[in-house]
Ligand binder design. Structure first.
Ligand code: MG
Length: 383
């Protein structure tokens, strides 16, 4: 039986790579649903190639254009965020790959879990904002969440076969991004063009900026906490510029397992979709002879304050990670529009964390409200 896949965010970096993986493995997977935010040309092209049952475009203004592009096909077409949230409930979906950007992934992921769909999770913000709640729902509905993020896939792979053996700690590796080794004076004048040049990974704009500020690693720490049931003090970040060791787990006997490979998102995407199977690929293989030196450094928390803020939010828990995430999304967007400088992103996040109402045990409605209010406040800080 082929796995029938819904891809939320099919025109983004993870979405397009997932379609490549699926195209290379037609005996294992078929596409049931594709959704995109705005890019109707690419969505229509993907729909024509993969012939899903349904496509959804988030931007309702693009519905007519998309319909015109697909007018001689039998593919069902819907528009709007509500349609995306509902489409994941379709009976004919086996697994939902959540690859949209940011907070927008939350409600569709929750709906998919509630209707019993397994999740291949590429949208880390979902667990950052509502990790506790999402994990409870997944447990209740007997749904598995397979990580697509390369670090979390690495940890997940290290845990295969370990049964109830407890984790002592995990080591999340970070490339350090394009500004590794730079000090605050440099960062103050860093441009978005340079911030968008990641040394190892090809990714979308939002996550690439998050990698440059190290916020991405902070979001990943929070994501890991919920995925693997850890306390914040069990999560360590190590800068590893070559991005070959994708992360590691230390067990209670002192043994450490790491997962290695070339930096290529297609591997964790494939593993999340094919688990527990490993499917044969012709992806380029890692060779020690090409990497005679693998190096490791402590993260520079003085220059890259966002990582510290994320750990602070993780410690405080409640709605604080939601505040952190909303402020960060607004800050990154403002930086990408040249409205604020690189270090001012930190100011926006820090002030939002100080100013917004803290809720120790938020329900989903509280988180939705926190997200909205934080966005408004963060925007008010940006002139
Ligand atoms: Mg990652």
């Amino acid at each position: 039986m082929k796995k029938r896949v819904a891809i939320l965010g099919s025109t983004g970096s993870i979405g397009t790579q997932a379609l490549e993986v699926i195209k290379e493995n037609p005996d294992y997977f078929e596409i049931e649903v594709l959704t995109a935010y705005n890019n109707i040309e690419l969505l229509a092209k993907q729909a024509n190639e993969f012939q899903p049952n349904t496509v959804v475009i988030a931007n309702e203004d693009k519905y007519d254009e998309l319909s015109a592009l697909l007018n001689d096909s039998a593919i069902k077409i819907y528009a709007g965020n509500d349609a995306i949230a509902q489409i994941v409930e379709m009976d004919t979906i086996d697994i939902v790959l959540t690859a949209m950007v940011g907070y927008s992934g939350l409600i569709p992921t929750i709906n998919a879990i509630k209707s019993g769909k397994n999740i291949a999770l590429a949208n880390k913000e979902t667990l950052v904002v509502a990790g506790e709640l999402v994990q409870k729902l997944a447990f209740h509905h007997k749904v598995s969440i397979y990580p697509v993020d390369s670090e979390h896939s690495a940890i997940f792979q290290c845990l295969v076969g370990e049964g109830q053996n407890a984790i002592e700690k995990i080591i999340l590796t970070a490339s350090g991004g394009p500004f590794r080794g730079k000090e605050i004076d440099f960062l103050k004048t860093a441009t978005k063009e340079n911030a968008l040049k990641h040394p190892n990974w090809e990714m979308g704009a939002k996550i690439t900026i998050d990698s440059a500020t190290l916020m991405n690693k902070g979001l990943e720490a929070i994501e890991a906490r919920w995925l693997f049931g850890l306390n914040p003090n069990q999560i360590e970040v190590v800068v590893h510029p070559q991005s070959i060791i994708h992360s590691a787990v230390q067990f209670e006997d002192g043994s450490m397992k790491a997962q290695m490979g070339l930096p290529d998102m297609k591997l964790p995407i494939l593993y999340a979709l094919s688990f527990p199977e490993r499917i044969k690929t012709d992806f380029p293989r890692f060779s020690f002879w090409d990497y005679p030196e693998l190096t490791f450094e402590k993260p520079d928390l003085k220059s890259f304050k966002n990582l510290g803020l994320a750990f602070e939010a993780m410690d405080k828990c409640g709605n604080m990670p939601c505040i952190l995430n909303a402020a960060n999304e607004i800050a990154v967007e403002a930086f990408l529009r040249d409205k604020i400088g690189f270090c001012e992103m930190t100011d926006v996040i820090e002030q939002s964390m100080q100013k917004m109402n803290y809720i120790r045990h938020p329900e989903l409605d509280d988180l939705i409200k926190t997200d909205q209010e934080t966005r408004e406040f963060s925007k008010s800080l940006i002139k």
